[in-house]
Design a protein around this ligand. Structure first.
Ligand code: ABU
Length: 360
């Protein structure tokens, strides 16, 4: 695909024509260690069983039989991307079963490299490494360093947000579910996937992993070219905006009927943007989600203003997208859900044809 941009890294929104993307991987992954930040995003009814599972398994390698079906889907996803002319890059696998720590804390292991979107925020020609807010994810950025150094050498800008301390002061151990967030304002923290990009307007979710201090850091870092709109949703597990509030093209945002906005931001009130309500997922109640997220159906990847990669079993969503004028591209991905994400999470934009614009 021909690009008018000279920068190797260039992405301003979620819908410009996609040219290059990082796709995550499962090699080297470990089960997440138990920590209070993880507890906060577990389904309420699963907290006790999750605690037992993660205390036992945390930091231990994920067996191949658990990754095999997901790997097949990832291969098909990559085949589709490449078939559509998108260049796919992969991170370097890390061994997440190694324990690590800082002078203040120890973690029995890491995570899995399935979700680059959580770690890397691309704004224009800049790659920002998010702080992250779980101890288990502290060193996840290392998997992307070879790629980032290469992009930097080719002219991209590169920023690592302030490394957080992640000491006990950051976490509210007695937080009340549904009434407050597990993270305090001790230091700036954010996950990159709490940002939805619409050119000069960025919607940033206050969540269990992104605090107001982190959003303020981003606001000052990005400066006057951008307007950051802080959004909150009725969601007791709030983590990442990309299965809750999903910009699809100029003028259209897919919203989650179970997670209404606590307050509609002024920029939306005064615009003619449509909020399209996502149909419910077809995922059977009995589907083994392993404490992951039922609304990952919304976690789609736009190849441009029309073409959207969507889970192939989500017929109601596929039909709704067609009715709204999009061209859905179905791909199986449900076996990847257990690793926390779908197509949007599993990727990080590197380059889309387009320039910085105001859409509001
Ligand atoms: N990044 C995963 C978010 C999943 C969800 O909010 O449902």
């Amino acid at each position: 695909m021909e690009s008018n941009n000279t920068s190797v890294v260039n992405s301003h929104n979620e819908w410009d024509p996609l040219e290059e993307i990082i796709v995550g991987l499962l090699d080297g992954g470990a089960d997440l260690p138990w920590e209070i930040g993880l507890q906060a995003v577990m389904p309420k009814e699963d907290v006790e069983s999750s605690r037992a599972f993660h205390l036992d398994r945390g930091g231990k390698s994920i067996d191949r039989h658990r990754t095999a079906p997901a790997l097949k889907e990832l291969a098909e996803f990559i085949r589709i991307l490449e078939g559509e002319g998108v260049t796919v890059k992969r991170p370097k696998p890390l061994d997440h079963s190694e324990s690590f720590g800082t002078p203040q804390w120890q973690s029995p292991g890491g995570n899995v490299q399935a979700d680059p979107r959580d770690v890397l925020l691309v704004i224009g020609d800049e790659i920002i490494e998010a702080t992250m807010s779980w101890r288990s994810r502290y060193f996840e950025f290392l998997a992307y360093r070879d790629l980032i150094k290469d992009y930097f050498k080719q002219g991209a800008r590169w920023t690592a947000a302030p490394k957080p301390q992640l000491t006990d002061e950051l976490y509210k151990h007695d937080y009340v579910r549904g009434e407050e967030y597990v993270t305090t304002e001790f230091e700036p923290v954010f996950d990159a996937a709490d940002v939805a990009r619409c050119g000069r307007d960025l919607f940033v979710q206050r969540s269990h992993v992104t605090n107001l201090f982190g959003i303020e850091w981003l606001r000052r870092h990005l400066g006057d070219d951008y307007r950051l709109h802080v959004v909150e949703f009725e969601d007791d597990r709030a983590i990442h905006i990309d299965a809750t509030f999903v910009p699809l093209c100029p003028g259209k945002i897919l919203v989650n009927p179970d997670r209404p906005l606590k307050a509609v931001p002024d920029v939306l009130k005064n615009s003619n943007w449509e909020l399209l309500t996502a149909p419910r997922s077809t995922l059977p109640e009995s589907y083994p989600l392993y404490r992951s997220f039922r609304w990952l159906s919304m976690n789609m990847l736009s190849l441009d203003e029309k073409r959207i990669i969507v889970e192939k079993s989500e017929e109601p969503l596929i039909n709704a997208l067609k009715d709204w004028g999009f061209e859905p591209i179905p791909c199986a991905f449900r076996n990847n859900y257990r690793f926390g994400g779908s197509f949007h999470c599993a990727t990080a934009d590197i380059r889309r044809t387009g320039t910085l614009q105001s859409y509001f």
